[in-house]
Design a protein around this ligand. Structure first.
Ligand SMILES: [Zn+2]
Length: 69
């Protein structure tokens, strides 16, 4: 069986791998609550809503710690 005579160097291996990738744009969907673009199946970063529930994750503010609601 014919085989490569020498092992390829790490630089040759890495340059081959570096040539075969590209940046992909993340899939975005708009939030039904506030309309901001967010990742699907993620809590909205701008209003904190998820699956129709408002403020699943409370947005941290310094005023909220002192005066809750
Ligand atoms: Zn939102």
């Amino acid at each position: 069986m014919p085989n490569p005579k020498r092992k390829h160097s790490p630089a040759r291996r890495d340059s081959r791998r570096a040539a075969n990738w590209k940046l992909e744009t993340k899939t975005l969907s708009s939030c039904p609550q506030c309309g901001a673009m967010r990742l699907p199946h993620r809590v909205c970063a701008s209003c904190g809503a998820y699956n129709g529930k408002i403020e699943v994750v409370r947005k941290e503010k310094k005023t909220d710690e002192q005066n809750p609601k």
